[in-house]
Structures are given as C-alpha cells and as structure tokens.
Design a protein around this ligand. Structure first.
Ligand code: PLZ
Length: 452
C-alpha cells in the first residue's frame, strides 16, 4: 500500500508465499497480456511484479520471491538501491532529456570518466554511451572496422551479443534468437570456443586458441580480421568459462595481427564476477570493452570504452543516437558505481561464490545429474545432464527452475542446449536469503530427480 504522506511500506527481505503461484491478480494480468502483448515476447516468471528491493521481488498478490536472477545480471547493487533511486529522482526533477548530441551535460562526461578509470588498462581511453548491450556491441564493430579498414569479425560458438540485425549474426544460437529473422549481416565468422566441460579432456586454453587461429588463418586471413569479439565468460551460452590461457592467447593474436580485441562485458561487468570486469581474472586488457546491464541498476544504459586512438578513428558525428547516455540513466550509473565502491561489491560477489560453491558441489554429489559447476563470483551455473553421461537434460533443467519459481525463488536457465541453471543474485543479497534460496533449490532437485 502506498501512503501519500509516508510513501510505500518498506519491502521486507523475506521469501513469502501468500497465494498459489501465479496468484489471482497475476492470472488476471496474464489474460490481459494475452490479448494485448505479442506472444513473441516471453517472460520467465508467471507472476507480475509490484515492488522490488534489495534481494527480493514482490508480486501483485503479495508473494515475495528471493531473486537469483537480478533481471539478467542488472540489479547488481540490489533492487531499488536507495542511493540510486535518490539520484534518479533528483535528476528527473532537473531534466529528463536534451539529447547529448544537442545539449551535452556533465553526467555523460562523468560516466565516461568512470568507465575510463574502472576498465582494464591504464592507456588513454575514450567512451561513448548507448541504450542497450546490443547497441554497444554494434558500435564496437563499427569502431573496429573504421580503425582497421578491415571487415571480418570473429565470434565464438555459444556466443550471445544481442538481437539486432548485426548482433543476431554475432549470436550463435538459432532458437529463439535468429530463426526466420535473416538474412543476417555478412563478414561474421564463427570459430570454436574453449568449453572445458565439452572439449576433449586436457585441452589447454592455448591449444583451444590455436584451433581457432588455424580456422581464422585458413578461412578468413588474419589480415582481413577487424575484430575478435568474445564474452570473457559467456552469458546466455551457459556461463562457459574458457580454459586458462585462452583469452590471453586471443588478445595476443590480435595484437600480432593488427585486429581489435573486443571484450563483451555486458553480462560479466560491474563486480558480477568478483572483479570490476571478468577480463581482469586473466590480466587481459581488451582494446574495446562493451558494458550495459549492471552499469545503471536497471536504467537503460550501455557503454563502449576503448583505446583513444581506436575510438577517435571514427569521423566526428559517426556515433550517437537520440537517447544514448540519457541523463537519468547516467545519474543512476554514477550512484551505482559509488555503491559498488563503498560497499565493496567485488568482495560481496566473492562471498556469494564461497557460500554457493560448496552447496552446489553437495547437490552434484547427491543428485548425480550435474555434469559441471562453473562461473566466477556471483555468476555461477550448473550444467544438468542425464546421470553418468554428458547428455544435456533441458527438460529436467526447466522443471527444476519452474519448481523454484513455484516456491518463491527466481532462477534462470541458459545454454545452447537449454540445460544450464544459472545464478545471478543481486550482490547485496543477505546471507540468510541466499541460504534459504539454496534450500529451495535442493528441494526442487530432490523432487524432480528420480531416486536411484
Ligand atoms: N552481450 C554478453 O548478455 C544481453 C539477453 C536476454 P541488450 N543478455 C540478455 C534476451 O533474451 O534478450 C547481452 C549479453 C551480452 C550483449 C547483450 C545484449 O544486451 O541490453 O539485451 O541489448
């Protein structure tokens, strides 16, 4: 209830089921939706949201869910972090929009300064701001092509980079992202990813990279490559962490070949993996880096940051867009970054890993259906397989995820084969909430894995 004098009641950090899931008000909204919203847009949860704060999401029937999804790795500082809400309110009261290409403002400049400071490497950097991750990736390709005068872009199996025309071409998975939407952009070449769980045992990162280089050199020609684009830990593809040495080898190959090394840190960025950016875990310094999601706690904002000589190779006026670097989004980003620093959310992400890994290992041991546990920090996943094999079990993955939703825990799935259950809690989630969510996960597996 909202009281006009005191504002809404605070959201209690608890899991609470008041009705069946979905409850009557959610069901009513679902039927309105069916008559008004295209079926082409899906939703993970069967409930409709009324409030969210910290680590919980409350639906229109008063059910409170523990969030292990963060709106797909966005609310890293927690839902409705008070510092972010205050910054958004203050900026909204000042001005909502001028268009940075018409009337520039300080917030955009300040976000670019922060991006330059926080991203890996101490070289001169420049940034441009956009609205979505896909838009940042598209612009990274534009910059790389202008700066190198080359056109080929190398991407990887299981990659996800967006849903716009160019980024569909960069994304690997056909369903649901690409099917029927072609023709796709040209000059995009896919090479094998380092996927330790599914690669031949013992294949090192360097060997996996050599496999990719051989394809690039024989099928594209190194001198034609404008950019190598990779998620340092794959997101939608199933939280695939490449073998150690793979990313440094790619960066090194790019340096030697005159190609631009682009790290897509849209999902991995902003403390998610226990570092500001996942590239840091291997000491890799990307030439260009794309950011979005966690940068602004839910306000739409994306960034492209990179070497000044690359970013400034583009002609004046060559990059932009009506809303890119919206002032309210910039205020949200600056407040979010302050929260990440003041509350040391990198340490918080590592603490989440320390709590979750032993629990996931115990689950693996007990159920026999978890082939692999992987990820870093608060970006962790389990790959679900048929017992004793590495055959993906997408049906079990979906059933477990749905069971979690029915019991008040938000989980997400991922992976080329749909058999990855991924965990992306807000980094501020309380230890008690996290432990309770893991209890629910245990019970969901126990209810669906046949006892042997
Ligand atoms: N690059 C690495 O993870 C977005 C997509 C969900 P946008 N991932 C969530 C869906 O089904 O649409 C993502 C990403 C990486 C780029 C993107 C694209 O970011 O902000 O969704 O455009």
């Amino acid at each position: 209830m909202t009281d006009l004098l005191t504002g809404p009641e605070p959201v209690v950090q608890e899991r609470r089921l008041r009705t069946e899931v979905p409850g009557p008000r959610s069901r009513e909204l679902a039927s309105r939706r069916a008559a008004a919203v295209t079926g082409a847009v899906g939703s993970v949860l069967p409930v409709y949201v009324e409030r969210a704060a910290g680590g919980v999401v409350v639906d229109v029937d008063g059910n409170s869910f523990i969030d292990l999804g963060s709106g797909i790795a966005v609310t890293n500082v927690g839902h409705a972090a008070p510092e972010v809400v205050a910054a958004v309110q203050a900026q909204a009261a000042s001005f909502l929009h001028t268009c940075f290409m018409v009337g520039p403002y300080e917030g955009y400049v300040a976000v670019a300064e922060e991006l330059g400071r926080l991203t890996p490497g101490d070289h001169e950097k420049r940034s441009a701001l956009f609205n979505s991750g896909a838009e940042a990736v598209e612009n990274a390709v534009k910059v790389a092509r202008v700066a190198t005068g080359r056109s080929a872009v190398v991407v990887f199996d299981h990659a996800y980079h967006g849903r716009t025309n160019l980024t569909m071409a960069l994304t690997a998975k056909n369903m649901p992202y690409k099917n029927g939407f072609g023709p796709f952009a040209g000059e995009v070449y896919r090479v094998p990813m380092s996927y330790p769980y599914r690669d031949q045992p013992g294949l090192t990162g360097e060997q996996a990279a050599a496999r990719a280089f051989s394809l690039i050199e024989t099928q594209i020609g190194a001198h034609n490559v404008a950019a190598v684009l990779i998620e340092p830990i794959q997101g939608e593809g199933g939280f695939v962490v490449p073998a150690p040495g793979f990313l440094p080898a790619l960066a090194d190959w790019c340096r030697r070949s005159g190609a631009v090394f682009i790290a897509d840190e849209v999902q991995t960025g902003f403390c998610r993996t226990g570092a500001w950016f996942a590239s840091e875990h291997e000491g890799v310094v990307p030439d260009l880096i794309t950011t979005a999601k966690g940068i602004a706690a839910g306000m739409p904002l994306a960034g492209l940051t990179g070497r000044a000589e690359l970013m400034d190779a583009v002609h004046s006026g060559g990059l932009g867009g009506t809303y890119g670097g919206n002032p309210v989004s910039c205020a949200a980003a600056l407040a979010s970054i302050r929260v990440m620093q003041e509350q040391d959310l990198n340490a918080a992400a590592r603490a989440i890993e320390a709590t979750m890994l032993p629990r996931l290992r115990a689950l693996q041991e007990r159920t026999g259906v978890i082939g692999d546990i992987r990820g870093r920090g608060a970006m962790l996943a389990v790959e679900v397989v048929r017992p004793g094999t590495d055959e993906p079990d997408a049906a079990l993955t979906a059933a477990v995820s749905r069971a979690c939703h029915a019991e008040g825990v938000i989980t997400l799935t991922a992976g080329t084969f749909g058999n990855v259950l991924r965990f992306l809690p807000p980094l501020v989630i309380g230890q008690d909430l996290l432990t309770e969510a893991l209890d629910v996960l245990d019970a969901a597996f126990d209810a669906h894995v046949p006892v042997t």
